[in-house]
Design a protein around this ligand. Structure first.
Ligand code: G3D
Ligand code: MG
Length: 195
């Protein structure tokens, strides 16, 4: 049994094209047991939630997520620097039923790195998989292959997770993957201090 529980408190940003499901995923994850929810005047909402993840080989960690979710895209140009400031990780979301949202993922990654001030870790989420039966969608393999290629180039693992915010599929899994990615990145790769 792990007795000592360490705390990771960090800001993460949800990014991706309009209407891919960023808010839906964030809200699904937060559910009823969030600590706080704010609607700021800068055009972003943020939520705070705590969750414990037991991740081998690191052990048990209490994550305090400060989740930024942009509210509407039009004013985004203006809030960009504030939105990304001090973000330590990102969830890059696309809509599997709209291939153009998959194609813009690299732009979102570039932007995240530029404004957050470093090559910080992220996960890629293909959302709306409930539409697979009805619409011709980006296949799982495309997302997985892209994440694998990124992992190879960057030298640290970038997970690809498919979700349905509508049906509540893999939401928890996405955050666990994010937690694992963050621990691997900050504990193994760099010396950033986690208390
Ligand atoms: P955004 O925050 O990225 O802009 P939203 O996206 O979370 O606002 O979602 C945009 C629309 O997609 C919403 O539809 C929402 O209900 C829908 N959506 C989000 N996630 C899913 C999903 O997993 N499956 C399906 N089928 N739809 C989803 P509306 O019509 O409410 O605007
Ligand atoms: Mg939104």
């Amino acid at each position: 049994m792990e007795n000592i529980r360490r705390t990771v408190k960090l800001k993460i940003v949800f990014i991706g094209d309009e209407a891919v499901g960023k808010t839906s995923i964030a809200r699904r994850y937060i559910g009823a047991d969030f600590l706080a929810e704010y609607r700021s005047t800068i055009g972003a909402d943020f939520y705070i939630k705590r969750a414990i993840y037991n991740i081998e080989p690191f052990g048990s960690y209490l994550f305090e997520w400060i989740i930024y979710d942009m509210a509407g895209q039009r004013r985004f140009e203006v809030i960009r620097p504030i939105y990304y400031n001090k973000a330590k990780a990102a969830v890059v979301v696309f809509d599997v039923s709209r291939p153009e949202t998959f194609r813009s993922v690299p732009n979102w990654i570039r932007e995240f790195w530029k404004y957050s001030g470093g090559k910080h870790p992220f996960i890629i989420v293909g959302n709306k998989i409930d539409l697979r039966d009805k619409i011709n969608c980006v296949p799982y393999e495309y997302g997985a292959r892209y994440a694998k290629e990124l992992s190879r180039v960057l030298g640290f693992p970038i997970p690809y997770v498919e979700t349905s915010a509508k049906e509540g599929i893999n939401i928890e899994k996405a955050f666990e993957s994010l937690a694992r990615t963050i621990l691997r990145f900050y504990l193994l790769r760099s010396r950033a201090r986690i208390r």
